[in-house]
Design a binder for this molecule. Structure first.
Ligand code: AMP
Ligand code: ZN
Length: 137
């Protein structure tokens, strides 16, 4: 548990949450400022600030849980789609620095915007860039 982390406090029960799922490793609860009906936050119980320090074993268990919750949301809400969104770092829109995944059900005419402009990157050629990144893997 990290001091002053709001999501660690939710895990510890010090801050209330509308929990929809919990197991030994994860907890999922309703976002307090939902972007759409059913907007859910999924977090690992082990604190990590973001993806850059997320334990890979924890990471490997995450998607099955996200998938289970997405199916439950769809079953109950009959949403037409769902965005999985996960922000890392302030520049990427992260405001709570405990790794979390957003599950945002999507409906016709909802107010959710998930958008970037394609073909805007005109820097290093992709053959050179891919080789450089590969060296770290
Ligand atoms: P992000 O901008 O990706 O860091 O998202 C943080 C999310 O956490 C926002 O959508 C907030 O509405 C949500 N949030 C912050 N505090 C709480 C809380 N106490 N309970 C539920 N959701 C929260
Ligand atoms: Zn935390």
């Amino acid at each position: 548990m990290k001091d002053n982390c709001v999501f660690c406090k939710i895990i510890a029960g010090e801050i209330p949450s509308y929990t929809i799922y919990e197991d030994d490793d994860f907890k999922a609860f309703m976002d307090i400022s939902p972007a759409s009906k059913g907007h859910t936050i999924l977090i690992p119980k082990q604190h990590a600030d973001n993806i850059f320090d997320l334990d890979e074993t924890v990471a490997s268990k995450l998607l099955p849980v996200a998938s289970k919750i997405a199916k439950a949301l769809k079953a109950e809400l009959t949403c037409e789609g769902l965005n999985l969104i996960q922000n890392n770092g302030e520049i990427a829109g992260q405001t709570v620095f405990h790794f979390h995944m957003h599950l945002i059900p999507r409906y016709k005419d909802d107010n959710v915007v998930v958008k970037w402009v394609q073909d805007k990157y005109e820097g290093e050629p992709l053959d050179q860039l891919s080789e450089k990144i590969k060296k770290h893997l």
